[in-house]
Design a protein around this ligand. Structure first.
Ligand SMILES: [Zn+2]
Length: 423
C-alpha cells in the first residue's frame, strides 16, 4: 500500500485503502473499512490524538518539540507503519471519553434577591460536569468590589450540600475581596482593619471553605460592568490573608493579570472600565510568595493570559524560586484571543509541556466556567462568560488527553487533592 502526498493547493492525498482489517482508523469512521480520502494534514483530530497517546513520555516530549513539517512527516510514517502491519492500529483511541478531572475554579451564577436560584445553577453545573468528566468542582464567588452588590459563600453554600462528593467551595471573593479593595491604599490599613480582616478570613474557613477565592490583585475589566481592580499582591491585607491561609493550611486562589512592566491597556479591553496604564504585578507577587512560604498561592488562569506576561518561562522561573507557588490552568481553544495558550493547532506547546513535566506537582485545572441558573435571563458578564464554557471544557479535555499519563494523573486529580485538602 502506498500513500503519496501531493503538495498541491488542495493538498489532496491519493486514495488509499486499508486491507479489510479492522483498524482503529476505520473504527473511528464508524463502518467504513475503506478510507477514501484523508484530510490534508493526514489524519483527523481523534486519529492524531490516538497516535500521540500511544507514545512514551519521552517520545511525546520529542514529538511536541518537532516543527510543523516534522510532525506531518511523523504522522505520515505512522500511517504507513500501520498500513505495513496489515492495518493493525497504530494506537488505541480512548483517552478523551475517559478523561476525568477536578476543576478547582468554577463560578455559579444564581442571581440576586427574589430571583436567586443557586440550586438551579448547581444542577446546571452537575449536568455539565457529568457530560464533560468533571468529577468535582471547587465553587467560588468571583472577585467583587464594594460598589457591586457582592455576594459570598453564604449565598450558595446551601445549594452545594446535596452533592458533597461533587462540590467544595472557597470563600472571600465577596466579603474579603471587597474589603481588600476598599483599603487599596496601604496607608489606610490600620491594625483594627487588619484584625477584622483576619477574623473574617478565619470565620470563612470555620464555615467550611477549603481556601480563599477568588481574590484579585490585578483584575482588568473585560467588558463594561466587569470591575477593574488593583492592589499589589503583597498589599498588607494580602499578607494578613497569607498568614491565615498558612495557619489553616489552605490555598489562596489569586487572580492577578500578569504585567512585568507598566503597560498600556491592550486595545481589546478598551470597552472595559480600565485606566489607560496598567501597573506591574510580578515583583509584588514574588514578595508575597517570599513573605510567607507556608501560604499556598494558586495563581489562576495560566494558559489564557490577557496581557501576555504569564509565559511558561516566567511561571517556571517563579516555581523554581518559590515552592509555595501553584498555577491553575484555564485551557482555551485555538481561536480565543489570549496569550500563552497551552495548545497550538491542537497540540501542546513544547514550552508548556516542558514546564508541566518539570513542575508536575504544581499545576491544577481551573476552567473558570460560569454555570448559570436556567431561570436567569440576565446579560451580565457572568452570563456572557458562560457561553465560553463548552469550548473551554472541550479544549481542556483534549489538552489532558495529550499529556503523558503520569503528569495527567497529577494535574487532573492528585495535585488538587493535596493542595486543597480534598477528601
Ligand atoms: Zn479570575
Amino acid at each position: 500500500m502506498r500513500i503519496s502526498i501531493q503538495k498541491s493547493k488542495g493538498q489532496t492525498f491519493n486514495q488509499f485503502k486499508l486491507a479489510g482489517v479492522i483498524s482503529v482508523f476505520s473504527l473511528m469512521l464508524i463502518s467504513f473499512v475503506t478510507i477514501d480520502t484523508v484530510q490534508a494534514q493526514g489524519l483527523d483530530h481523534d486519529q492524531r490524538r490516538a497516535i500521540i497517546q500511544s507514545l512514551s513520555d519521552e517520545d511525546r516530549q520529542k514529538f511536541f518539540g518537532m516543527s510543523r513539517e516534522g510532525k506531518k512527516k511523523f504522522f505520515q510514517e505512522r500511517v504507513e507503519e500501520s498500513a505495513g502491519s496489515g492495518g493493525q492500529p497504530a494506537a488505541q483511541p480512548g483517552g478523551v471519553p475517559g478523561v476525568e478531572f477536578i476543576d478547582v475554579h468554577v463560578h455559579l451564577i444564581g442571581g440576586r434577591s427574589n430571583n436567586e436560584d443557586y440550586r438551579g445553577a448547581a444542577i446546571e453545573a452537575i449536568d455539565h460536569m457529568d457530560r464533560l468528566g468533571i468529577r468535582k468542582a471547587i465553587i467560588m464567588p468571583p472577585p467583587q468590589v464594594i460598589n457591586q452588590d457582592w455576594y459570598d459563600y453564604p449565598a450558595f453554600v446551601h445549594a452545594l450540600h446535596k452533592y458533597p462528593d461533587r462540590f467544595s467551595f472557597l470563600g472571600g471573593g465577596g466579603e474579603l475581596n471587597s474589603e481588600l479593595h476598599k483599603y487599596s491604599a496601604p496607608s489606610s490599613v490600620t491594625e483594627d482593619v487588619k484584625r477584622a480582616f483576619a477574623d473574617q478570613a478565619e470565620k470563612t474557613i470555620r464555615d467550611g471553605a477549603i481556601g480563599f477565592g477568588e481574590i484579585a490583585s490585578l483584575h482588568i475589566s473585560a467588558v463594561p460592568g466587569h470591575p477593574f481592580e488593583f492592589v499589589p499582591a503583597d498589599h498588607p491585607l494580602l499578607r494578613v490573608l497569607a498568614d491565615v491561609a498558612a495557619k489553616f493550611d489552605v490555598p489562596i486562589d489569586l487572580h492577578m493579570d500578569a504585567a512585568d512592566n507598566e503597560m498600556p491597556v491592550p486595545p481589546r479591553f478598551k470597552d472595559g472600565d480600565n485606566p489607560t496604564l496598567l501597573p506591574p504585578t510580578i515583583e509584588p507577587l514574588q514578595r508575597l510568595l517570599k513573605y510567607n512560604p507556608n501560604a499556598k498561592i494558586v495563581w489562576a488562569h495560566g494558559g489564557s493570559d490577557p496581557l501576555g506576561s504569564m509565559s511558561p518561562a516566567l511561571i517556571g522561573k517563579l516555581m523554581d524560586e518559590h515552592s509555595n507557588l501553584y498555577v491553575s490552568l484555564r485551557v482555551v481553544g485555538g481561536r480565543a484571543p489570549m496569550h500563552n495558550k497551552l495548545l497550538s493547532f491542537g497540540e501542546i506547546v513544547p514550552e508548556w509541556l516542558n514546564i508541566l513535566n518539570r513542575h508536575s506537582d504544581r499545576f491544577v485545572i481551573g476552567s473558570d466556567s460560569f454555570f448559570v441558573s436556567p431561570n436567569l435571563r440576565g446579560s451580565g458578564p457572568g452570563t456572557r462568560f458562560a457561553q465560553r464554557n463548552l469550548p473551554k471544557l472541550r479544549a481542556t479535555r483534549h489538552f489532558l488527553s495529550l499529556l503523558p499519563p503520569s503528569v495527567a494523573r497529577k494535574i487532573t486529580r492528585d495535585n488538587a487533592i493535596r493542595i486543597y485538602g480534598l477528601k
